[in-house]
Design a protein around this ligand. Structure first.
Ligand code: FEO
Length: 387
């Protein structure tokens, strides 16, 4: 039985069977679905876990409650990785009430078949639930990550239950060799990247709270150096620059576009760029590529013309960026086309709606293999990127 504080216990589970989280994200280290139990005069359970872990979750609650029964289930988020088992909880504990936001009830009915009328407490923004020594205060967090999301603050232990925010990929019984940051970033930009403005709103609310620990729905409990985590979330959600340097994202069919991208990297490093990330879009995880694009102030997109359009993996990459609100960046293009190069124009069109984004004039156009003239153009592009 894992204690978070004297009264707060961990009741989550680790999933090593999952192939794709949310149907699209690889999770080589598995996934954790976190749930917490607060023991007081009244007992509250914060969130459920994914569908196939009902027995493990209910067993943990029973053990933590030690002969007592829970009074409340707080449902912060209705996405099924957290809510799939709530109907089993409500069956097992017929005297328990369920607390959720007004927007959660129709989702609960749709997913679980009931909105528990007569056993429900609507958790309004700023609303409170008294447990005894602990009072839970609800914080509306719409679109972080669905519209019904709430966070919950325990004012006795100063714990913020942050729903999906501050989560990461990876089960808790594995050691992530990269620490918290990389998989937290991939998770953030993949899952809530589009909703930076809403994350900013919640960070403002959180700034007014005295927080000693953050308990997210995925990933580890955060209890030290919390300013670091809220600071990095501020950077991400404001579409700020996390890492000084330039990202070059390319796709290549026969290696010629790769050579151009490699030459650009070499020139940038020669000119003193602190970091140049060179990423083969077809050979790296797409969500890793997306998070990398949000790290740098400037990116270069290098690809081939394909079917009078953009090579598919680059088109998908740009779609992922645009749908996540990519903004505040400078973008340059390298295109390759043996008879009718058109990729640079098409890429710029796709990105033209990005807020506060500028494009470096004059794409480098390669017609099959690089020429000495192309090499000079890449040198000039490196100068423009370093300006
Ligand atoms: Fe972890 Fe949005 O569900």
């Amino acid at each position: 039985m894992e204690k978070i504080t004297n009264d707060i216990f961990y009741a989550g589970v680790n999933d090593h069977e999952i192939d794709l989280f949310e149907g699209q994200y690889i999770v080589p280290l598995g996934m954790a679905y976190n749930s917490y139990v607060i023991i007081d005069e009244k007992i509250a359970v914060i969130d459920s876990v994914g569908g196939s872990f009902a027995d493990e979750w209910l067993g943990k609650i029973e053990e933590i409650c030690a002969g007592r029964t829970p009074d409340y289930l707080v449902v912060q988020h209705m996405e099924p990785d957290h809510s799939a088992n709530l109907h089993l909880f409500m069956e097992k504990y017929p005297n328990a009430q369920i607390a959720a936001s007004a927007k959660a009830w129709p989702l609960m009915k749709a997913f679980n078949g009931s909105d528990y009328e007569g056993r429900s407490i609507t958790a309004a923004d700023g609303g409170e639930l008294e447990l005894g020594a602990h009072t839970l205060r609800f914080i509306a967090a719409p679109m972080v990550h669905w519209p019904e999301v709430i966070m919950t603050y325990d004012d006795k232990d100063k714990v913020l239950f942050s729903a999906d925010a501050f989560g990461k990929f990876g089960a808790l019984d594995t050691v992530d060799p990269e620490g918290w940051l990389c998989e937290a970033r991939r998770y953030y930009f993949g899952i809530v990247g589009k909703y930076g403005a809403q994350v900013q709103q919640v960070l403002k609310k959180a700034a007014a709270l005295d927080i000693s620990a953050i308990c997210p729905l995925h990933g580890p409990v955060l209890s030290e150096d919390l300013g670091y985590y809220t600071g990095i979330y501020d950077t991400w959600s404001s579409y700020g620059v996390e890492t000084p340097g330039i990202g070059i994202f390319y796709s290549t069919v026969y290696g010629h576009t790769r050579k151009a991208a490699e030459l650009l990297k070499e020139k940038l490093l020669e000119k003193g760029c602190p970091k140049v990330a060179l990423i083969d879009l077809a050979r790296e995880d797409w969500a890793e590529n997306v998070e990398d694009a949000f790290r740098y102030a400037k990116i270069v997109l290098a690809t081939t013309t394909y079917c009078n359009d953009i090579f598919p993996v680059m088109r998908q990459f740009i779609d992922h960026l645009v749908e996540r609100g990519y903004q505040n960046r400078t973008i340059a293009f390298i295109e390759n086309g043996s008879w009718a190069p058109t990729a640079a124009k098409k890429m710029k069109e796709l990105l033209s709606g990005c807020k506060n984004t500028s494009f470096i004039d004059g794409a480098v156009t390669i017609r099959s293999a690089m020429t000495p003239e192309n090499e000079a153009q890449i040198e000039a592009l490196a100068d423009a990127l370093m300006a």
